[in-house]
Each structure stands twice: as structure tokens, then as C-alpha cells.
Ligand binder design. Structure first.
Ligand code: UTP
Length: 474
């Protein structure tokens, strides 16, 4: 078998060790997985990321500078540049140039939830799943901008079928099935610390999703790009499935991107403290880079400017606008703009030489992933736009503590309380700003301060805030 010989030549012949014991279906499935693997690429990754004794970094920390960004002005409503951006963004939305794009292919191991992360219940009273909150935000934007606003969702083999079934069971949350499009991202094999491909069973290679950067290739390979181009969509509003606070389409952000002529833009948050686990927007030479928090030397994260603020303050919150023609360029095989792979040391269950499944307690292998922010250096003059924490970011990463369902639900309620208090409502808050009685606002009632204010004025009903309050579509 030609493929088996190829694997042997690359020192990975053990993948087919149990071939003769397998039934025909198992053989077919193993072959399919093996075909997906680019062995030359894998060799290169093993040599540079697994076997290399010294960590290789392209970044010259001595010349690293903080990246400039668009600061939120004091009087945003009267700021000519931000208002021009807002108008341009709204025009792009109205003319159907924008699609919402969610990356939802991750494994969500830290949360430890059995199911696609997007199905995790997260709103404080109604326990709406993440996907429903995004769906309602999309619906609200469709109403406001009178546009189709399709939604592209990247899944992975781990969760594709369950994700699609979840939407079907919930009647696509009223969005219409034809406007929600799922596609799978690619996979990469995991290897042990010597570079041998790990097997998860006699007929299955330990394959895992190839990182959120895999979204670029997957958009192309799935035909999603063709579909976008044929529908006149040239801008993608990119966000992650674990962040219910995100403004799925933010006119100011879209507008800054559209007016600048760049290919990719990002939102930033001023980091709350030195060690906050956010990537840093930096300029290295003349390249804009996101330097991961784990790669950033302490001596740089601790630096402060003359006002006492952190020098490297701009944290990445994984919200981007990406131009469709840029994704084309990135994925064009001839362009040599491929995103680099990173390695992640993980505990990966594997079949030992006796054919038994072992669940390691220590990291025993490496997964390979690409990151979407690595596209920024290729994007020309990328634009970075400031955002507010409650207005855009409270991710659900961990089962408890920081960035957990509990912290996210508290943040949602802090945000709703802010909107209400801006309308003159008096609320009882605890010392952290969370209302004593639970509060939930459907995105169909209000998805930002402005839309909330409009609904609140029209709604006009007396609400008893001495008990839990849910404000829904009305
Ligand atoms: P994370 O980096 O938080 O990874 O993903 P994760 O897999 O969801 O969670 P852990 O690390 O196992 O706990 C950030 C975002 O990128 C998406 C996730 O679905 C999430 O929206 N993602 C991540 C993908 O779409 N594909 C991937 O291969 C990795």
C-alpha cells in the first residue's frame, strides 16, 4: 500500500501496525485520517518545534514597541472620526457587505463541559446557551440594519454534528437555516515528545483541530469564501464562541476597518494588570504582532509610561474584522503567506506499544495549532481599536474562578445594571457592582447602551426591581 510505505519512510509506520486486525470500515477510516496528513509538513514541525533544543523566536524583544491604537475619545458621540467610522460601518452593514463569523471548533477542555461549548447555558436567568445569545444579537442587527447578515460557524470533527443538530433542534433560533452555514476546520496529528504520531485506538490517529488560525484555510476549502463573494460579502466580523459579551457586529469597528483600507483589524482592551493573560499588540521592526502573554518577558510587561500606565497595555481579545479578499490571499497556495504552527504540550491519551490505552497524568505529547492573529503582520496597516471590557469581553474558559460561567454571569449583570442606571433606574448592587436581584436583558431588547436606551424609552412599563427581572423581546 503506497500510503503505508510513505508513512514508513517518514518513520511513522506504526500508524498501520494493527492494519491486518482491522475490519474494512476501520481500515477505511484510518486511511482517511492518514490521507489528511501532510508528512513533509509534519517532519518540518517535528524538527523545528518538537526536537529543536532551543526555542526559536522570530521576535527581537530589544526592539519591541507597543502598537498604536484608536483610543475611545471622551465624548464619543461628538467625535468626528468615531462618528464617521460608525456611519461607514452602518452603511457596510446595510448594504449586506458583512457576515458574522464564529470560530467554534475548539475542544473546550478547561471548561470540562460535555458538548460543544456554544451549547453551554450562560445567561443568568433564562440560561440561554452561548449560541442563542449570538443568534439574538444577529437577529437584532438584522432588524436594525435591514440586512441578511448571514452567520458562518466553524466547527471541527469533534463537535460538527452535535453543533448542527443543536441548531436544527432549536429551529436556528429563528434566524432561518439557510442563513447559518457550518463548516469544519482541518485537523493535525498529535505526536509524542520524540515526534512519533500518537494513536488513540488501533484504527484512529490522535487528531485534533488545527487551531483558530485553521479558520482561514477552512473558509477557503469549505467553499465559504466562494459563497461570500457570490453574495457580495467582503467583510467578516470574527469572534470566538466563548465570549457572550462580544458585539457580533460593531459599526464603529467595521467602519474603522473599511475606511482604512486595511485587510485585518483587531479590538484591544487596556490590560487590567501586568500579568493578565492576554496577548500583547506590539510593533516588532515594522511588523504588527500579537505576542502571547506566555512569550512576553516580565521586564516588558512590568514597564510603565510616565503617567504610570502599563507601557504594553494593549491586550488582544480575539475580535477581528477580516477582509474576504485577504483570506483568499492567505490561503492561496502560491502566496507563501501560511500561518506558522505553534506547539502546545498536552496530556494526550494514547495507545502504548502493547496496544493498551493510556491516560497520562503529565504532558506526554504535542498538538500543533495555528493562531488567527498571526495573520496580522501580513495585513498591511492593520487597525487596532479600543473597546470596553463589559461592552465586549468576558470569556468562559474555566469551570470556576477567573473567566468562568460565574464570572461571566456577574459581568453580564454588571453591564445590564449600567444600562439601566444610565436610564435613571435605581438598583441595589453588591460591593462588586452586581445587582442583588438577578437581571437579564435579551439582545433583542438591547445589545448595547444605545439600543437598550431606545427600547427602554419605548417599553415604558413600570418594572419591579425588588425581584429578578428579565427584559425580553417585546
Ligand atoms: P481556546 O484557545 O480557548 O481553546 O479557543 P478551546 O479549545 O476552546 O479551549 P481549551 O483550551 O481546550 O480549554 C478560543 C476560541 O478559538 C476556537 C474555540 O472554539 C474558541 O472559540 N478554536 C480553538 C477553534 O475554533 N479551533 C481550534 O482548533 C481551537
Amino acid at each position: 500500500m503506497e500510503i503505508r510505505i510513505r508513512f514508513e519512510k517518514h518513520g511513522q509506520g506504526h500508524v498501520f501496525q494493527y492494519w491486518d486486525e482491522l475490519g474494512s470500515e476501520e481500515q477505511a477510516s484510518l486511511l482517511e485520517q492518514a490521507e489528511e496528513i501532510d508528512l513533509d509538513e509534519l517532519d518540518r514541525l517535528i524538527n523545528t518545534l518538537v526536537k529543536a533544543t532551543e526555542a526559536h523566536s522570530e521576535i527581537n524583544y530589544d526592539v519591541l514597541e507597543p502598537a498604536p491604537y484608536e483610543r475611545i475619545p471622551e465624548g464619543l458621540a461628538n467625535d468626528a472620526r468615531w462618528q464617521a467610522a460608525k456611519e461607514a460601518g452602518e452603511a457596510a452593514l446595510r448594504s449586506g457587505r458583512v457576515a458574522a463569523f464564529t470560530v467554534a471548533g475548539g475542544q473546550g477542555t478547561r471548561l470540562g463541559y460535555d458538548g460543544p461549548k456554544g451549547t453551554f447555558p450562560i445567561s443568568p436567568i433564562k440560561h440561554k446557551p452561548l449560541f442563542q445569545l449570538f443568534a439574538e444579537k444577529i437577529m437584532a442587527a438584522r432588524r436594525r440594519f435591514q440586512c441578511d447578515l448571514p452567520w458562518f460557524i466553524m466547527t471541527s470533527n469533534v463537535n460538527h454534528d452535535t453543533t448542527a443538530a443543536f441548531f436544527a433542534e432549536n429551529d436556528f433560533f429563528g434566524l432561518g437555516g439557510e442563513s447559518v452555514r457550518f463548516f469544519r476546520q482541518g485537523r493535525m496529528p498529535a505526536v509524542d515528545l520524540e515526534g512519533c504520531i500518537l494513536m488513540e485506538s488501533k484504527s484512529a490517529i490522535a487528531m485534533s483541530p488545527d487551531g483558530h488560525g485553521g479558520s482561514m484555510r477552512a473558509l477557503d476549502r469549505s467553499g465559504a469564501l466562494d459563497e461570500m463573494e457570490s453574495r457580495g460579502i467582503d467583510l467578516l466580523s470574527y469572534f470566538q464562541v466563548d465570549n457572550p459579551h462580544v458585539q457580533v457586529v460593531d459599526p464603529c469597528f467595521i467602519g474603522f476597518h473599511a475606511l482604512s483600507g486595511t485587510s485585518m483589524s483587531s479590538k484591544m482592551l487596556p490590560k487590567a494588570y501586568e500579568k493578565e493573560k492576554l496577548g500583547h499588540f506590539c510593533i516588532s521592526g515594522d511588523r504588527l504582532e500579537v505576542v502571547e502573554y506566555s512569550d512576553m518577558p516580565d521586564r516588558l510587561t512590568a514597564l510603565r509610561d510616565e503617567s504610570g500606565a502599563l507601557k504594553f497595555i494593549a491586550g488582544s481579545i480575539a475580535i477581528h474584522i477580516v477582509s474576504v479578499d485577504f483570506v483568499r490571499k492567505l490561503t492561496n497556495e502560491a502566496s507563501a503567506l501560511a500561518l506558522p504552527f505553534h506547539k502546545a504540550l498536552k496530556k494526550i491519551p494514547y495507545l502504548n506499544t502493547s496496544g493498551e490505552l493510556v491516560r497520562p497524568t503529565e504532558a506526554n505529547g504535542v498538538k500543533f495549532e495555528t493562531f488567527v492573529f498571526d495573520a496580522l503582520p501580513f495585513a498591511g496597516e492593520a487597525v487596532i481599536v479600543e473597546s470596553t471590557r463589559l461592552g465586549d469581553f468576558s470569556p468562559v474558559k474555566n469551570a470556576e474562578g477567573l473567566d468562568s460561567p460565574e464570572s461571566c454571569q456577574a459581568d453580564q449583570q454588571r453591564l445590564f445594571a449600567q444600562w439601566l442606571m444610565a436610564e435613571g433606574v435605581e438598583l441595589d448592587l453588591d460591593e462588586t457592582g452586581v445587582p442583588i436581584h438577578k437581571l437579564e436583558v435579551s439582545p433583542l431588547f438591547g445589545y448595547d447602551a444605545e439600543s437598550f436606551s431606545e427600547s427602554w424609552k419605548r417599553f415604558g412599563e413600570a418594572v419591579d426591581f425588588s425581584k429578578d427581572v428579565y427584559l425580553g423581546d417585546f
